[in-house]
Write a protein that binds this ligand. Structure first.
Ligand SMILES: [Zn+2]
Length: 491
């Protein structure tokens, strides 16, 4: 039985969907006035892993991830519901593009990055600018029901009208009064009220017509509007980064529950923020990384995927280049293991005992994942399987049937890990160096040396074939066990 830590109850709860066999699932997506960074990727990967695992368990998942293409206010501003900069407009001015062009550019970047790291695309990516009428409908109803009020073209949600305010974050009104910084807005009845709609100053680029003013929506209302539009008034799961808990998700609950009179979301999952070199990522500290920065250093996107899976989504992950090296080596270990299994699987059956043990690993894998998506434990199950398999292989005890069984087990669970394993065997560097020396020997017509080097290559478990223009092609020799040859390293 899958258990998930629900921020709302602060406990691990058994997951029970509203409709048997089906899951409705909403993730707060990117604000497209800047590049997404590896911290965003970590958060989207939590949602991706959850979705993949729910699918593995047989659920039919409907996943929505919104695109915030109206420049919302800064977090502090939002907390207080104050007017602030339109970030998209600011960027548009700086980049001499229209806000729509800026949004499209960063949205494309976001999709590209998700694709590179193999995050499954959501079933729908609704854009905030396309859902203004739905937001206006909710705001209108909130005013009619007395939960919101309009003043000078601005509309605010009246926090004190919703007694449950604070149930997600613990930031109840009495707590707030002690802790939070406060900025007054002349039109607010109470400093803790937050904006649903704001009148746009003349110079504001992104503005929309509404019953109250030409203006723009508050950030929170877009997620309330889009989630109910694509899912229902009540849906199963909502995910986001821990920085979304307050005020964003607290405000979503207040708006949605006052609008529908029903519970908004059953399970809230939040990903802990990522640290880089032990501190919060920031552009000014120079520790702000995008996926491209990781790829530019020669790492495979799958190494970053392994690194993120190697820490639990609710634990504090510290990104360092050393940890990337470790993840790279773990990824290479998996690739090497799979290549070895593929070689053995194509062997003609010999008189080896067929052992069946993947069901034990499948059970351990599911136990780990059922425990609030414990991906580091699930990965360690695979590393144990690799150790056991390699031992059998080195003792020549692994039959082709067993190898095939392990490969099919891997293919099932890798739908959850989401690792892209290239089919192309990578040739170790030392083998390439010998091949190059052989090429030179052939150029110099030293055929004795050339033959000796061919022998060396074959001893390492590879075959070399001469092709035109004095080039060559290197392939793993069939039946070779690379781990036996001591060449675990893959380039
Ligand atoms: Zn949201």
């Amino acid at each position: 039985m899958l258990k998930l830590y629900n921020t709302l109850s602060r406990t691990k709860e058994e997951f029970r969907p509203i409709n048997p066999g089906k899951v409705g699932f909403y993730t707060c997506g990117p604000t497209v006035y800047d590049y997404i960074h590896i911290g965003n990727i970590k958060s989207y990967m939590t949602a991706d892993t959850l979705r993949r695992y729910l699918t593995h368990l047989g659920y039919e998942v409907k996943h929505i991830k919104n695109i915030t293409d109206v420049g919302h206010l800064t977090e502090d501003d939002i907390a207080q519901g104050d007017s602030g900069d339109d970030k998209l407009a600011k960027k548009a001015i700086a980049e001499k593009k229209s806000p729509a062009e800026v949004a499209k550019f960063y949205e494309n970047y976001f999709h590209e990055a998700e694709k590179k790291i193999n995050i499954l695309p959501a079933h729908f990516f609704p854009r905030a600018t396309a859902h203004i009428p739905q937001m206006i409908k909710i705001i209108t109803a909130l005013i009619e029901k007395g939960f919101a009020y309009e003043k000078n073209g601005n509309v605010f949600f009246s926090v004190k009208k919703f007694p449950d305010y604070g149930k997600l974050s613990g930031n109840t009104l009495s707590n707030l009064k002690v802790g939070a910084r406060l900025e007054e807005h002349p039109d607010k009845d109470d400093p803790w009220d937050f904006a649903l709609w704001l009148r746009a100053p003349k110079e504001h680029l992104m503005k929309f017509d509404s019953p109250w003013s030409i203006g723009y929506p508050g950030w929170h209302i877009e997620c309330s509007a889009m989630s109910s539009d694509y899912l229902d008034d009540t849906f199963d799961i909502h995910t986001g980064g821990e920085d979304n808990i307050f005020p964003h998700h607290e405000a979503e609950i207040a708006q949605s529950e006052c609008f529908s009179g029903k519970k908004f979301v059953n399970y809230w999952l939040h990903t802990r923020l990522l640290l880089v070199d032990g501190i919060k990522m920031s552009k000014s500290k120079g520790n702000f990384y995008r996926l491209d920065d990781v790829l530019a250093k020669g790492y495979d996107a799958m190494a970053l995927r392994i690194l993120i899976l190697s820490s639990h989504y609710r634990s504090q992950m510290n990104f360092t280049w050393e940890s990337m090296d470790q993840a790279k080596s773990n990824f290479e270990r998996i690739v090497s293991w799979l290549n070895n299994l593929k070689n053995i699987a194509t062997d003609t059956p010999q008189t080896k005992t067929e052992i069946s043990f993947t069901h034990i690993y499948q059970k351990r894998f599911e136990e780990a994942m059922n425990d609030d998506l414990n991906t580091p434990l699930a990965l360690s199950v695979i590393y144990d399987l690799i150790t056991e398999t390699n031992k059998l292989s080195s003792e020549d005890k692994l039959s082709p049937t067993t190898a095939k069984e392990i490969l099919s087990f891997w293919n099932r669970i890798n739908k959850v890990f989401g690792l892209i394993i290239s089919n192309q065997e990578k040739i170790p560097e030392n083998v390439i160096l010998i091949a190059e020396r052989r090429k030179q020997a052939r150029n110099e017509k030293d055929f004795q040396l050339s033959d000796d080097l061919r022998g060396e290559i074959e001893n390492l478990g590879y075959s070399i074939e001469d092709i035109k223009d004095n080039n060559y092609s290197l392939k793993p020799a069939r039946n070779a066990s690379h781990s036996d040859a001591g060449v675990e390293k893959i380039i």
